[in-house]
Write a protein that binds this ligand. Sequence first.
Ligand SMILES: [Zn+2]
Length: 297
Amino acid sequence: MSPGKKSRELDLSAFPSGAVTEYSTLVCLACIFELFTSQLGLAPRTAYSEIKRYTPFIEELTAPKAVRPFFDSEEKHPHCPYCNAAKRWHARLDTYRIEGGKSTDVARRALAKSLPTKDGRVQFIETKTDRRSLFFDWLDTQRSNLDLDNDSWLIDATRAFLERLDPKTNWSEVFSDLQVARRSQRLEEGWEREGSRLFLAPSIYNEVLIVQYLISRSHTHSGHTFEGRITLMELIRRLRHSGYLGAHEITESDQFEILEQLVEKLSGGPGRAKLYYVVDRRDFMEKVKSVYARYAA
Ligand SMILES: [Zn+2]
């Protein structure tokens, strides 16, 4: 352990508990070097300066499940799960999400002043958002990630929605070798897997239909769902018939007003959010330097 290790931990004691969320992930520099040199064909020197500037997306740093070149490990001497590289190739990236507002503003400004932000060793990223925007961002992400021309996207979208609804469940296990997802005739809530089939409680199934409709409606004139290609009117009729609209006290008669209510329900209600992310890249920049020294030797 280096002597500077302890002082590197940010002092967040000035913040109210619950206003700060911490994320930590490891990134494999061997994987990144491999990508930049072998796959992108850059010379080591160029790769080095590119990697120094490399700024991961907040989503990558805060993802519930790390994907290459990121990984999570509790081990003392972990190996990269993708390329087996040893610890000296790993850099740690710590990210802190601070909710904006009167209770955190003073502490946040003091924190920003105390950190080396000029050279990008620690980055402050401010984002303004509300739950509705978060939801539409999410829909956009799905739209670009899914292959809407292949019907298997309906299952993939179901999984994405469930991951959003309940990030703690291991959905890759639940969806492994899954053939179909259906509306359960007997579950009141939740889901169950039976053989290669996944049964969803009616309220979840209905929300999956809404999400599928919203993801695909700009792709074709109508939306594409487990229940086939349907218009907004048909979607609403199904939701009303199954009791979903009544259960959520959606009593509007105009279809676009109903759609608004559905979006509000799925996005978690109205509410604005200002978020600040602090990305500590100090370990990353030091490791890039030492790794390159070895690489170039
Ligand atoms: Zn690796």
